[in-house]
Design a protein. Structure first.
Length: 472
């Protein structure tokens, strides 16, 4: 057996007389996945070695050699020359083996008072913490673009829908701000997940802690954790931090998917509300006229992938007894893929919203269809004629039926026909039947009125660090 072939056994193979089979090695190795945590692994090793030296468990001389060797490891990683080896199974053993090649015997002291069990989950928590920060930044960038576009379209009237049927006129700015609100809650969930995961498992060792006089507060502080985890069994076995992160990510991806669906609808010939820019459209191999919203469609699909990755991790964890089991090895693959997918989707959505062109005339025309101001007529009857709302609702329904029979919208129905249902109506009723009047009237807090939209845009620009000028 060559020295290279024996590397894997040198770490843990003292009681074994033979190497694992090739198939066992293939299913067991995770280096192709967890090498993404190399920076976190080196950071954890640095903090651990410093603590061991401070506590007198290893000498200062050994610590200096370990730190110098880890510097060399980082240099190789940055240069792309670090020799990742499948036979060493994972990033932890790869780093330790390379460290031994670089500095010799002191490298063997680094693993004192720790285990791969607490090492891997420390690395993983550090990685997820950074990924959550990046996901929040992606959402913030999307929010800023949505707020800018909302400011531009605060007075652009469009149909509001329920059941995908025309309901009442709203404004495009109001519609876009709805997604700003969703994204803010998404950012809050990601932020909360980061707060809860920020405890250090390092020093829990395999599952029971260690007999060495270590200082877990020191390593927790060095790695930016708020505190060490209080139970060693929980420390090495808990993956709820990853589950919570993926749950929050899945909800955020669902919101992206809803907006993507609307872009697909709005850019269709049947709606004609918007046109995606060339950068975010594709063509057809056979139909030269096509402009396909593929990026939006892919976001819809990828939201399901992220939800599936959450469900897969939950399935892997749900039946595991304490403490560590190898089932947990796949937690990283699922989590990495989910964050990669989400990062791509949120950037694509930001690009689409930033460059999409809206057709205000088509939106206004669509808003005027489907008797969208019927509620305004009912409210008028309540306000001006003191009718109970249920009576006003009935009267309005009869007037709508007349308009439908004549094939016209409410604003085009002659007053004389309205008076056959309610004789007290005058020409003043037409003041509430335009889509602009309808949208403008919705001035309750959170309403679709351009006045309320402009206020919200100003507030969001301040909140997100954008200029207060809504005309930008």
């Amino acid at each position: 057996m060559s020295d290279t072939e024996n590397k894997g056994q040198q770490m843990w193979g003292g009681r074994f007389a033979a190497q694992p089979s090739d198939i066992m090695q293939s299913i067991n190795a995770s280096i192709d996945i967890d090498k993404r945590m190399v920076l976190q692994d080196v950071a954890g090793s640095r903090a651990h070695a410093d603590m061991l030296a401070e506590c007198g468990i290893i000498s200062e001389e050994d610590n200096e050699k370990i730190q110098g060797g880890l510097d060399q490891v980082l240099d190789e990683v940055k240069a792309g020359t670090f020799p990742y080896r499948v036979e060493l199974e994972d990033i932890h053993m790869n780093v330790e083996a390379r460290l031994k090649e670089l500095i010799g015997e002191p490298a063997g002291r680094l693993h004192t008072a720790r285990s791969r069990n607490d090492q891997v989950v420390t690395d993983f928590r550090l990685w997820v913490r950074g990924a959550l920060t990046e996901a929040q930044a992606g959402l913030l960038a999307l929010q800023k673009v949505l707020v800018r576009r909302a400011g531009e379209t605060a007075e652009t009237v469009m149909p509001g829908f329920t059941h995908l049927q025309t309901a009442q006129p709203v404004t495009l700015g109001h519609h876009l701000l709805a997604y700003v609100e969703m994204a803010e809650r998404d950012r809050g969930r990601l932020h909360d997940a980061a707060l809860r995961l920020n405890e250090s498992p390092l020093g829990a060792a395999a599952l029971a802690g260690t007999g060495f006089p270590i200082d877990r507060d020191m390593t927790a502080e060095a790695l930016g954790f708020d505190r060490p985890m209080a139970n060693s069994l929980d420390a090495v076995s808990a993956r709820d931090f990853a589950l919570e992160a993926l749950a929050a990510l899945s909800i955020a991806a669902t919101h992206l998917s809803r907006l993507a669906e609307e872009l697909v609808l709005w850019t269709s010939a049947q709606f004609g509300f918007a046109v995606l820019s060339d950068e975010w459209s594709t063509g057809s191999s056979i139909m030269p006229q096509k402009r396909n919203p593929d990026a939006a469609e892919l976001i819809r699909a990828k939201a399901s992938l992220i939800a599936g990755q959450f469900a897969s991790l939950q399935g892997a964890v749900k039946a595991l007894p304490l403490a560590y089991a190898k089932d947990l090895q796949d937690d990283k693959r699922l989590t990495f893929e989910a964050f990669d997918t989400y990062g791509l989707c949120v950037k694509a959505m930001t690009g689409m919203i930033e460059t999409v062109s809206f057709n205000a005339a088509n939106m206004r025309a669509a808003a005027a269809k489907g008797f969208s101001t019927a509620t305004d007529l009912a409210d008028y009857l309540v306000r001006e004629m003191k009718m109970p709302f249920r009576d006003a609702h009935h009267v309005t329904g009869r007037i709508v039926a007349l308009a439908e029979a004549d094939g016209v919208d409410l604003a085009a129905l002659p007053l004389q026909k309205m008076q056959t249902v309610e004789p007290r109506l005058t020409d003043d009723v037409f003041s509430v039947l335009s889509v602009e009047a309808s949208a403008a009237s919705r001035q309750s807090y959170g309403g679709a009125s351009p006045v309320r939209v402009a206020e919200q845009v100003t507030l969001w620009k301040t909140r997100l660090g954008l200029e207060a000028d809504i005309s930008e």
